[in-house]
Ligand binder design. Structure first.
Ligand code: AMP
Length: 626
């Protein structure tokens, strides 16, 4: 069978016979009690996968591998910030996880309790996640870059028994204290004060331990060799909460279950990422984001692979650092975001090309639309297949992807390919909700029940879950809030967020389409487009472009012409500014709302996820409101 035939057969089965299909996939997991039932769906849209199954995630990710691969490296930690490298075998990971689980238990953590993990990219972060789920408790990892009041709101929402932090993290050679931030957050927080555990890395000479704070290293020392049996939980018990990145609305605590999560992680490695036991995976992301949860931590460990955990930025000491790691650690599968590749693209291919990455099979990219230029540049530079995959914090694993594990199907530029297993995708008219055919843009919805691994609810807010995701139309479909199209061959194209849809003189278009058009010009490295209110046309297109280093400014008129040619004259930006950067979240998403606010003379408000707040001034200066 060709890869396409294999995909077609597998996908069809996953949606036509979901019960049989998902029970079969459940065999990939080691259960304490194997489920007899795949799905309980009595209270739509709440889906309970494997309702009678019992298991422990940490057992599956660690203990399960001890016999066959105890001496295999589970985790390679590389820090270009503190110039260190460490390899941890499954056996060593098992020991560390048990010790940390013992410590957490001594601090009162039991089944169902929350542990908030506010740590940098260090092995202890992975150990803390594993130790938490070993106890049947629920972790909430908060990205280390969040400021005190964002952290406080997450503490108040998750009400953790324990918060784990470090004295400091480092970014680009600068020490970033964590503990003072946590102290400030705890001052703000309204909920009961949690126990605080501090991993002291010796980076912050001014570290202040409060009364009752626990020093991690001294507290685990006497626990060496202690074994804590994994607490078996029901499949639908929560394993973690992860607050969404917040490009839209208030942060929501995405809650994931245990059994469906385990099955989806292993199945995605088998069919999509093509990674198995003994392979090496490197995801250039942060554990604080969903890609980190799924493809730095859970999926690689669940299948018995080796995961590379990297503390540092992709351009330091130079833009070749990731590729030197691919060579050194013989990485088989790499995963990062288009933004990261665009950053590397600015420095040219030579930094990458000098390394030997014959071990590398594929590069997966997700998190935002992958434009044709970036895609072509990176696949040419690497000489390897580049796989665009589309998903969200909410789903935890791909909604759309090519399936490397089955052999890749044809790639189409700009398309994350086809629906992933169990996803019943519905493309509907964004006004009427009527189902659309090929080649028409519409709202990308998913017919519930959502497949295993997807969010089961918003933490402590079942009503909010239904209200936020399932109430867009009369028919209760899950809203991705993305705007998409599929072609005659069933390939999907993501056109941007629903809320990034522009209406210019009655024409609807995605900001993303215009950005893509601008990026087809060789002089444009990056573009951000917003729709500024206009009395006559409803909205006017305003564009910001970052130029490719070393090339001449082609001038606004020729860039407008590109848009006119690619999208249509109606999409021509009224104003076009050349800027040195556009504001983005730390996970690489353009903060269009903030740009729009500045363009309309409003305050962009609080932006806890912003990568570099100084870039807002670049926009202000450009539009003259600074
Ligand atoms: P997050 O939950 O922060 O990971 O953001 C998820 C959103 O990122 C999706 O709803 C899309 O808007 C966008 N996204 C993720 N992956 C892709 C992709 N491959 N192509 C286009 N957009 C993507």
């Amino acid at each position: 069978m060709t890869p396409k035939e294999q995909y077609d057969a597998l996908y069809e089965r996953s949606v036509e016979e979901p019960d049989a299909f998902w029970l079969e996939q459940a065999q990939l997991v080691d259960w304490q009690r194997f489920p007899k039932q795949a799905l309980q769906y009595e209270k739509p849209p709440f889906a309970y996968w494997y309702p009678d199954g019992q298991l422990n995630l940490c057992h599956n990710a660690v203990d399960r591998h001890l016999e066959a691969r105890g001496n295999q490296t589970a985790l390679i930690w590389v820090s270009t910030e503190v110039e260190r490298e460490q390899r941890i075998t499954y056996q060593a990971l098992y020991r560390q996880v048990n010790e940390m689980a013992a410590l957490l238990r001594n601090l009162g953590v039991g089944k169902g309790d929350r542990v908030l993990i506010y740590l940098p990219m260090i092995p202890e972060t992975v150990v803390a996640m594993m130790a938490t789920v070993r106890l049947g408790a629920v972790h909430s990892v908060v990205f280390g870059g969040f400021a005190a009041h964002s952290l406080a709101s997450r503490i108040d929402d998750a009400t953790p028994t324990v918060v784990m932090t470090a004295d400091a993290g480092m970014r680009g050679g600068k020490v970033i204290p964590y503990k003072p931030l946590l102290d400030a957050a705890l001052e703000h927080a309204q909920s009961a004060r949690p126990q605080v555990v501090v991993v002291n890395r010796g980076l912050d000479p001014d570290l202040k331990m409060g009364e009752g704070d626990t020093d991690y290293h001294s507290a685990v020392a006497p626990l060496a060799g202690v074994e804590i049996p994994p607490e078996m939980v029901a499949s639908s018990d929560p394993s973690y909460i992860l607050y969404t990145s917040g490009t839209t609305g208030r942060p929501k605590g995405v809650q994931r279950d245990t059994g469906g999560h385990a099955v989806s992680m292993i199945a995605s490695m088998k069919y999509i990422y093509g990674v198995g036991a003994g392979d090496v995976m490197f995801s250039g992301s942060d554990i604080g984001w969903v890609v980190g949860h799924s493809y730095i931590v859970y999926a690689p460990l669940l299948v018995g692979a080796t995961t590379v955990v990297y503390e540092g930025i992709p351009i330091r000491p130079d833009p070749g650092i990731w590729w030197s790691m691919v060579e050194k650690y013989k990485v088989n599968c790499m995963f990062t975001s288009p933004t990261a590749i665009r950053v590397l693209k600015k420095s040219g291919p030579d930094y990458i090309k000098k390394y030997d990455f014959s071990s590398l099979r594929w590069l997966f990219l997700a998190g935002e639309p992958l434009d044709r230029q970036t895609h072509a540049w990176v696949s040419e530079t690497l000489g390897k297949p580049v796989v665009d995959n589309y998903w969200q914090t909410e789903t935890g694993w791909p909604i759309l992807s090519n399936f490397a594990g089955l052999g890749l199907m044809e790639t189409k530029f700009g398309s994350p390919c086809k629906p992933s297993l169990g996803y019943n995708i519905r493309l509907v008219d964004s006004q009427s909700g009527a189902q659309l055919g090929a080649d028409v843009k519409g709202a990308l919805m998913i017919q519930p029940p959502l497949p295993p691994g997807c969010m089961t609810t918003i933490y402590n807010n079942d009503d909010g879950f239904v209200e936020t995701y399932f109430s867009r139309f009369d028919e209760p479909l899950y809203a991705t809030f993305d705007y998409a199209m599929y072609d005659q061959d069933g390939y999907y194209f993501i056109m941007g967020r629903d809320d990034d849809v522009l209406t210019v003189a009655g024409y609807r278009m995605g900001t993303r389409e215009i950005e893509e058009a601008l990026c087809t010009h060789p002089a444009v490295a990056e573009a951000a487009v917003v729709g500024v209110k206009d009395e006559i046309k409803t909205q006017e297109v305003v564009a910001f472009v970052v130029l490719t280093g070393g090339l001449d400014n082609p001038g606004a008129e020729s860039l407008r012409d590109v848009v006119s040619k690619e999208v249509g004259p109606i999409a021509k930006p009224r104003d076009l500014y050349v800027v040195s950067g556009v504001p983005k979240t730390r996970s690489g998403k353009v903060l269009r709302r903030a740009i729009l606010a500045i363009c309309e003379g409003r305050d962009p408000g609080d932006l806890p996820t912003i990568e570099d707040a100084a870039v807002l001034d670049v926009i202000r200066e450009a539009v003259g409101t600074g």
